[in-house]
Design a binder for this molecule. Structure first.
Ligand code: F6P
Ligand code: MG
Length: 435
């Protein structure tokens, strides 16, 4: 196995982790404290807010990272894995919030918030206001997508036309990830999100897909008997809607017999999808107080509900997705691994999933994707990542490509090295699992 490079650290000003730890996390927590006023039940509100404030102080003071307590582990045994990793990482260098490895700490942060929930028996999604209010503002994009997928007629399609339809819905799902709510804490506005969503814009953005293995993905799907496709989801709201449109496309056009969508079990990285977010989205589609009344939205809701009822759309969840472990460990998560082996294609959505696929390591950008995903490349799991780039790590680029884009931004007077975190570039990368 090739040499694995080091993580990205929060004290490296060249990493997006640097500003994340100093500016975005504090903003996310401050907003959560604000939202706790209305979301948390009165009997535990002040303790909940105290808990959030304590995390915020620890980040702002660059405190040492504290392991989870025995009581916290008793309430959630999975936290043992976190303490084990923390111990290992501390051996190398004492972790503090503003200096430690970005990916580990970001996962630890969301588990700390969940530990408050468990301690107080509160069961609150502290990000739910933000999730809902952003989705509500994207009504025009939602209507456009619903109409598009409802009118998809797959009855007369030859192989070439089918392939074009598939590519289009993959594109919709890819660019649905263009902006996530955690980036709202970094100054991206809802208007900017809207700009990223229309058909025209998707067309124009094609040149921003830096690596596109879609031909291999198509071949993979067509070489297998009709079977199962999995989507390891990222964000709720608009991105989830885009992924559900891809699901409808796969089922309608008989590219899949069933689609399993994989959710997080706890509130995660602000906007990630939990099973209750899937139900909520279905409800919102036909709630005239949420979106303007539109028969297209009701039709889409009915199709999705029908696919759920007949067992073709399966909403899954697994605790592995919110461990700090990267995805090289999937084969060790035995039940999940055995389950995923049943799939013809596993689609990993979004930036965080990409960071976990590649270990969030400082790979040279020309490193082959199959090297960066380590054991997954030989795991027999056929995977594709649909990722808009919002963090440092990127692999599989041509020699000079990273530098060329950086130079473009530098010439425009911007900090060129951060092009990779802007959410404006994307990769579609495939591994058959048979390397
Ligand atoms: O960089 C911003 C960030 O919060 C990263 O920490 C994380 O990788 C990403 O956003 C989440 O994006 P996505 O929702 O696409 O996984
Ligand atoms: Mg996310």
């Amino acid at each position: 196995m090739s040499q694995v490079p080091d993580y990205y650290y929060n004290d490296d000003p060249k990493s997006f982790g640097y500003s994340t730890a100093r500016s975005r996390w504090p903003k996310i927590l401050t907003q959560a404290i604000d939202d706790a006023q209305t979301l948390v039940p009165a009997n535990v509100k002040s303790q909940f807010i105290e808990g959030l404030q304590l995390i915020l102080d620890q980040i702002n003071n660059d405190s040492k990272v504290v392991p989870f307590t025995d009581e916290e582990i008793a309430a959630n045994p999975l936290l043992k894995t976190y303490n084990h990793s923390l111990e290992e990482l501390n051996r190398h260098r004492q972790l503090t919030w503003q200096t430690g490895p970005w990916l580990y700490l970001e996962c630890h942060l969301y588990e700390m918030i969940e530990a408050i929930n468990l301690r107080l028996d509160a069961h609150v999604d502290i990000f739910s206001h933000l999730k809902d209010s952003t989705f509500k503002q994207l009504a025009a994009g939602v209507a456009e997508l619903a109409k598009h997928v409802n009118h998809l007629d797959t009855t007369q399609l030859d192989e070439d036309a089918l392939s074009l339809v598939f590519r289009e819905f993959i594109d919709i799902s890819l660019w649905g990830n263009a902006t996530d709510l955690s980036l709202l804490a970094g100054g991206v506005s809802v208007d900017e999100i809207k700009l990223l969503q229309g058909k025209e814009v998707r067309k124009k953005n094609e040149q921003n897909i830096l690596v596109n293995d879609i031909d291999q993905v198509w071949k993979q799907l067509r070489s297998k008997p009709l079977g199962r496709v999995d989507i390891v989801l990222d964000n709720s709201g608009f991105e989830l809607l885009a992924d559900l449109c891809l699901t409808v496309c796969l089922l309608k056009s008989k590219l899949a017999k069933e689609v399993h969508i994989h959710c997080k079990e706890i509130p995660w990285f602000v906007s990630d999808t939990m099973p209750k977010d899937v139900n909520l989205l279905l409800h919102q589609l036909s709630d005239a107080d949420f979106f303007p009344n539109d028969p297209e939205l009701t039709t889409l809701k009915q199709s999705l509900q029908h696919y759920i009822d007949i067992g073709k759309l399966i909403v899954d969840h697994h605790p592995f997705w919110t461990l700090d472990l990267n995805f090289w460990h999937i084969p060790e998560a035995n039940d999940l691994y055995q389950d995923l082996l049943e799939s013809n294609l596993i689609i990993f959505k979004g930036d965080l999933n990409y960071r976990k696929l590649t270990g969030d390591r400082q790979w040279d950008p020309t490193t082959p994707f199959t090297t960066a995903i380590q054991q997954l490349a030989t795991s027999k799991l056929p995977i594709v990542t649909l990722r808009t780039c919002k963090a440092d790590v990127v692999v599989g680029l041509a020699p000079g490509q990273w530098e060329e884009i950086a130079q473009k931004y530098t010439d425009m007077g911007q900090d060129g090295q951060f092009w990779v975190a802007l959410g404006k570039w994307a990769v579609i990368q495939f591994s058959s699992g048979q390397s």
